[in-house]
Design a protein around this ligand. Structure first.
Ligand code: ADP
Ligand code: MG
Length: 480
């Protein structure tokens, strides 16, 4: 135990040195999410959340990491970079389970096109032979997307683009859609891909995440085949890019910019989804940002009560089709709609959780059961009451970390984890926005807060101990 703690301390110093040598920007881009996994028998094992980071670190930074690592940890033979498993991977079909796994929204979704276009498919596949991500989700269509006041503009714009006849004058190009996580961006992009495949099979669609774009490009560079990479884009009519905020690095941006310009200039449709508007894409070059603003920019807001009801009803119907025994009475659906005031993803999470509870315990779903199951999942209904100060106080007390440390730039694990949990609680339990939470947590960036929220969200799914700890903290904060 002490040995391990000792290695951790030394590992923190490795991180500090890396940061000092590379500078803040590079460090945050490539190493901020790297974690120490193991250090034994001459082998240093670290992990990162995505395959892209793994491949980037392996190609660019292994020797630096080795050198700095040895200075702090003593000599070792090799470095192994792993991709951390994330929740959800295990449920994927066997055919896709071979890869080291990131959740579905991080991979390529599909090159949604038909057999009539072998050249496009071939080019796209050539670039993705090593790692094809999950396929397009067959359930995410316009048919299953619930339209309400929070998303009607985004929905209308996406429909319009999907239904445009090939060659018709393009009304919004690029179409940029932004919203927080779980509000239906990926669903809408998938819906566009499905719709075009159905109604205009002659239009060639490519649907990929920014991360996948980068992986493909790095692989093309390695195989010295950037021409084929560029050619892919010459042959498509519609480009759908998801999670654009993850596009990183100058070369990547340049490459994306080239593909983007050539498509838009030749009047082919580009749709980009991100979690912030173009003006807040801090890592993206100013010229690219203004090009992104040059088309139509729409956002999606949190669903209102009526939309939440309809989303729940539609999800429940889908569940029933798969398994008629998952009966959730109307009053329980109504309860969830009132209680879970978050995104589509949170609504689904609540529904799944109740359904799972019912299945495991063979119990009928009642209001009591629902409120029990949801209790530690969601903020108290009166979110305005809770202050970020209270959260800081309670988290600090619980983890025995001072407020100054929580707000400081310190990156020691003993401070980072409580800080991230604090940000997560602030997001879940107050109505404060990400930038505001960032400011209150020592002047941090909104993307840092978002990263923390997602990280804790993900970890809770697999780490029961953490889930219980967070549930306890929620209760403590609620009780003031
Ligand atoms: P994002 O990409 O914005 O993070 P997703 O598109 O992955 O969000 O949506 C999260 C989940 O919530 C998906 O399962 C999606 O089907 C569902 N969802 C979100 N908004 C809606 C909506 N308006 N109607 C139906 N389902 C929705
Ligand atoms: Mg998404």
């Amino acid at each position: 135990m002490t040995v391990l703690t000792d290695v951790k301390t030394r590992w923190d110093r490795v991180a500090q040195r890396l940061r000092a040598e590379l500078g803040e920007d590079l460090y945050t881009s490539w190493f901020a999410r790297m974690e120490l996994e193991d250090f034994e028998s001459g082998r240093l094992v670290v992990s990162v959340p995505t395959r892209f980071l793994k491949s980037w670190i392996e190609t660019h930074y292994v020797s630096k990491l080795h050198k700095i690592g040895e200075a702090e940890l003593g000599a070792f033979d090799s470095i192994h970079v792993r991709v951390r498993m994330r929740a959800g991977v295990a449920q994927r079909p066997a055919a896709e389970a071979g890869q080291n796994g990131h959740a579905s929204h991080n991979g390529v979704h599909a090159v949604a096109q038909s057999h009539q276009q072998p050249s496009v498919i071939a080019a796209a596949q050539a670039a993705t032979t090593v790692d094809r991500g999950p396929q397009l989700d067959p359930n995410q269509t316009f048919g299953t997307f619930v339209v309400g006041s929070s998303n009607q503009l985004a929905h209308a714009a996406m429909c319009r683009v999907a239904d445009a006849a090939p060659g018709a004058a393009i009304s919004f190009n690029p179409l940029f859609i932004h919203a927080g996580s779980g509000l239906g961006k990926t669903h809408l992009l998938s819906a566009v891909a499905h719709r075009i495949r159905e109604r205009h099979p002659e239009r060639r669609v490519m649907f990929l995440t920014a991360e996948r774009f980068m992986i493909n490009f790095v692989m093309a560079l390695r195989q010295r085949d950037t021409l084929a990479f560029k050619d892919q884009f010459a042959a498509i009519d519609v480009l759908l890019i998801d999670d654009f905020q993850f596009l990183q690095g100058k070369t990547m941006q340049q490459e994306f910019c080239n593909a983007f310009n050539s498509l838009v200039d030749s009047r082919r449709q580009v749709i980009v989804a991100a979690d912030v508007p173009p003006s807040q894409l801090d890592a993206i070059d100013q010229r690219m940002r203004s090009r992104l603003m040059g088309g139509l920019v729409v956002d999606i807001e949190l669903p209102d009560l009526d939309t939440r009801r309809r989303i729940l009803k539609s999800r429940h119907e889908t569940m029933l089709k798969r398994d008629p025994s998952v009966l959730i009475p109307d009053d329980v659906l109504e309860f969830i709609a009132n209680r879970v005031t978050g995104t589509g993803r949170e609504l689904e999470g609540a529904l799944n959780r109740i359904a799972a509870y019912q299945q495991f315990n063979q119990a009928a779903v009642t209001l009591d059961l629902a409120s029990l199951v949801l209790r530690d999942m969601q903020a108290n209904p009166d979110g305005s009451r809770i202050k970020i100060d209270d959260i800081l106080k309670i988290v600090g007390r619980h983890f025995n970390v001072g407020r100054t440390d929580l707000l400081s730039p310190r990156r020691a694990r003993s401070v980072v984890v409580p800080r991230q949990i604090g940000m997560y609680l602030a997001k879940k339990m107050t109505a404060r926005s990400l930038p505001e939470i960032g400011r209150r947590f020592g002047g941090r960036d909104h993307s840092t807060v978002l990263h923390a929220v997602r990280k804790i969200e993900d970890q809770i799914k697999t780490d029961d101990k953490l889930a219980r700890e967070v549930a306890l903290l929620i209760r403590l904060v609620e009780q003031g």
